[in-house]
Design a protein around this ligand. Structure first.
Ligand code: AMP
Length: 451
């Protein structure tokens, strides 16, 4: 019961109004730890109730102690604009019976307008790192009094290239603050530097790793010959499943646009969400999707990350996700708050090994599904390695060094250089994408990231 925690009655009233009866597992662990005032490092996924898990202790601090002359008291950093808006909505619900106000600072909104908002001195600022840093540089906000810093979806922020921004922002914050860092993964290799720099002697809560998520979501694969085949499969699967709401994932913006147009052409209420759209367009699409004006959202990973859309009972990966964690994020758009969901990945021959890596990483086996009448020619690899990956047919012969033509000295050096370069690069496109040990993709800020 939420009443067990020493939360202010106004917060309990809001929790009640939201219809939350029991704290989720993540909330049971995070709320008391955060209320203790210590720094916190928690591995928690979206869909676990993690937002309220940090918002309630944050609000409790603001409500319990008035600080009318203080600058910004709490800062929540998130990787994407949509997530920031989502957290603001959750904040408004939970703070509904208090006077605590939050300001939203993300890219895609006029700087001057935000500066005026910040002049009103909201206790809490919810922001994406790039734009917040611009405001810090322009002196539109002061973090010297900051009591609480929350880094939500921290691994994603780092993947998107925000590590330096996050550390610069943390440096500008009061050093006596409490810091909470929430992340789907807490890999020391990926996160070590930021964790060491930003947190002080944190309580560590390993709640639910990315790998053991989503037991209530059925995961299937359908083999596909090519894009055209995938398009037919997608439409047929929608007919068979008759889902209320669907999220279709594409690896590229152009791909998302194409699938969106195809679905609209066939009469579906489909919207597209990716980083090329203006913020107004993105807001409109999300609003339509939430209110039921759209049935299908076709999205790229970054744009749809962490989005909480009620009633999504089907996720379709038109392209296979490029890493295990990315796959978990996608699949987590369905089966939210314990509901059941279905995730179907369309797998072409080129994506088989990637799919096998995801299976291995998550230690699950995707159920193989045939779509009657649309069976393709591709039936999976003829031979499999122990890892589940395809054995490449027609092994390339190593060139016989004795048969090599003699080359001039200068050219030899050039060849040697090329050879050294080759050895360092992984052999297959899949390995290139995954690196060794299934490392996440490093995104450049120019990809689908945003300020
Ligand atoms: P989050 O992981 O924070 O994105 O939350 C996922 C969903 O679970 C949101 O729609 C929340 O409103 C909902 N939620 C959070 N806490 C609870 C709770 N204790 N009981 C029921 N639903 C919850």
């Amino acid at each position: 019961m939420f009443a067990e925690y020493s939360l202010h009655e106004r917060l309990l009233k809001a929790v009640n109004k939201l219809g939350f009866e029991q704290p989720t597992e993540v909330q049971q662990q995070v709320i008391p730890a955060a209320l203790s005032g210590k720094d916190l490092l928690a591995s928690a996924e979206t869909g676990s109730g993690k937002t309220a898990a940090y918002l309630l202790p944050l609000l409790q601090r603001m409500v319990a102690q008035d600080a009318p002359n203080s600058g910004t008291r709490a800062l929540i950093l998130l990787p994407t604009r949509e997530l920031a808006r989502q957290v603001l909505k959750h904040f408004s619900d939970l703070a509904g019976f208090t006077r605590i106000k939050a300001g939203l600072i993300t890219g895609g909104v006029e700087f001057k307008f935000q500066r005026a908002e910040l002049r009103k001195n909201p206790e809490v600022v919810i922001a994406t790192p790039g734009r917040l840093l611009e405001h810090l540089s322009a002196n539109s906000l002061d973090l010297a009094d900051l009591e609480m810093l929350v880094l939500d979806e921290a691994d994603r922020m780092l993947d998107m290239g925000f590590a330096d921004d996050v550390m610069t922002i943390a440096d500008a914050c009061s050093s006596v603050r409490q810091t909470l860092l929430l992340s789907a993964t807490l890999s020391p290799k990926r996160m070590g530097q930021v964790i060491d720099k930003v947190l002080r002697d944190p309580v560590r809560l390993l709640l639910s790793g990315a790998r053991d998520q989503h037991a209530q979501i059925a995961q299937q694969i359908v083999l596909a010959d090519d894009i055209k085949h995938k398009e037919r499969l997608l439409r047929r699967l929608l007919e068979i499943e008759q889902p209320d709401k669907v999220v279709v994932f594409s690896n590229t913006r152009a791909g998302a646009d194409k699938v969106g147009s195809l679905l609209r052409f066939h009469g579906y209420r489909a919207g597209v969400l990716h980083g090329d759209l203006t913020q107004d367009e993105r807001n409109r699409i999300m609003q339509l999707m939430r209110q039921g004006g759209l049935q299908i959202l076709v999205a790229t990973d970054v744009a749809a990350r962490g989005l909480d859309i009620k009633g999504v009972n089907l996720v379709i990966n038109f392209d296979m996700a490029r890493s295990g964690d990315e796959h978990v994020h996608r699949v987590g758009r369905t089966g939210r708050a314990g509901e059941e969901g279905l995730a179907i990945s369309l797998i072409s021959a080129r994506e088989w090994n990637l799919m096998a890596s995801v299976e291995r990483y998550l230690r699950i086996k995707f159920e193989r599904r045939d779509v009657p009448g649309l069976e393709g020619k591709y039936k999976g690899p003829e031979k499999l390695k122990a890892s589940g990956k395809a054995v490449r047919s027609g092994k390339r012969k190593k060139p016989d060094p004795r048969k090599a033509k003699p080359v001039e000295k200068g050219k030899q050096r050039h060849r040697d250089r090329k050879q050294i370069g080759k050895r360092r690069t992984p052999a297959t496109p899949v390995e290139q994408r995954l690196g060794d040990g299934f490392a996440p993709l490093k995104r450049k800020k120019t990809d689908d990231s945003e300020p």
